[in-house]
Write a protein that binds this ligand. Structure first.
Ligand SMILES: Nc1ncnc2c1ncn2[C@@H]1O[C@H](COP(=O)(O)OP(=O)(O)OP(=O)(O)O)[C@@H](O)[C@H]1O
Ligand SMILES: [Mg+2]
Length: 311
């Protein structure tokens, strides 16, 4: 047998199995990738101002490094989707944006998050005020076990935004009137008013899941936030309720900066202006206009994730 023949047979057999003869092409199936994240895949340029600016964010839970050096600017009055496989750090990232991770004892956070150019991780930041400006809607609707109207009026009353008592009465406006106006405005903004206007004093827990979620959005709006964080807000809902939430998110983005985690790619493609893709290991791999991410991503791993080959 000639040496040439021997070599060519070896090559045929070994491309898949022998690591020494692997070509420079990165393996891109889950867990085997060699693909390096490139700076330019994450440098998303947009017109207008950044509402939130995240720089070199690392999050550890004990020894687990859940988010690795994430930097991204989030434009104001738009919808930013965060997508990626389970456990890649989407919720962790979202919770960093209003310091909800402060409540997790084992969490350690390094890096910077600025809201309108002001560092939120500096000493002396008022967390109640921060979470009023950066509100959150969770995966499972969690209304208070109170009436529909009280779910809305509770937050502003706690923050002292509804004038109470003598002063309001002297000014000719009872706090009842003010409360009613607020309840109606928030329920209308959350596209729920028509369904509940005749039962505002009923317990909120009697609403359907989709209605409860819109009530939670209305409750979030009641304290006049600037940013709304949503962690899979429609994942527990049927297609009709989901469509209502999606329409609502679209409307909200005219006045608010919305950041939404979703597992539903079609949903991300439908509702967001820009999409950030996190992959296993807590890395932000690519961030760009939603259309670009879904039609022509730079990263092969992102392409495979989006086309359903892994994740
Ligand atoms: N409170 C916590 N304590 C310890 N580890 C945590 C905590 N929260 C999250 N983690 C870990 O951090 C990593 C990222 O979790 P995270 O919940 O942010 O992922 P995710 O992308 O939101 O996933 P999913 O899509 O399943 O919601 C995971 O490995 C998870 O186990
Ligand atoms: Mg999550």
């Amino acid at each position: 047998m000639s040496e040439t023949t021997q070599t060519s047979t070896d090559n045929q057999q070994s491309t898949a199995s022998n690591p020494d003869t692997r070509t420079d092409e990165p393996e891109t199936t889950a867990g085997e990738t060699e693909e390096q994240v490139r700076e330019e895949w994450r440098e998303y340029e947009f017109a207008g101002d950044a509402k939130l600016s995240v720089e070199d964010l690392d999050v550890y839970y004990g020894n687990d490094h859940a988010l690795k050096g994430v930097s991204m600017d989030i434009p104001e009055n738009s919808v930013t989707a965060l997508i990626g496989p389970s456990g890649c750090g989407k919720s962790t990232f979202l919770r960093c944006l209003n310091r909800m991770n402060d409540r997790v004892k084992s969490a350690r956070i390094d890096g910077s998050v600025e809201l309108d150019g002001q560092e939120i991780y500096q000493e002396g930041v008022n967390l109640v005020e921060l979470r009023k400006r950066v509100g959150m809607v969770f995966q499972s609707p969690n209304p208070f076990p109170k009436s529909i109207a009280e779910n809305i009026s509770y937050g502003p009353r706690k923050h002292g935004d509804i004038e109470t008592g003598l002063l309001a009465r002297l000014l000719g406006r009872s706090n009842e009137d003010e409360r009613d106006e607020l309840v109606e405005r928030c329920l209308r903004d959350a596209a729920l008013w028509d369904e509940v206007s005749d039962r505002l004093d009923d317990n909120a827990l009697g609403l359907s899941g989709g209605q409860q979620q819109r009530l939670c959005i209305a409750r979030c709006l009641s304290v006049d936030p600037e940013v709304i964080l949503m962690d899979e807000p429609a994942s527990a809902l049927d297609p009709i309720a989901t469509a209502k939430i999606e329409d609502l998110i679209d409307d909200l983005s005219e006045h608010y900066t919305v950041v939404i985690v979703t597992h539903n790619m079609q949903q991300a493609a439908r509702i967001s202006d820009q999409t950030a893709v996190f992959l296993t290991g807590g890395e932000l791999v690519e961030y760009d206009d939603t259309e670009k991410i879904f039609e022509q991503p730079e990263s092969q791993r992102v392409e495979e994730y989006i086309s359903g080959k892994f994740g």
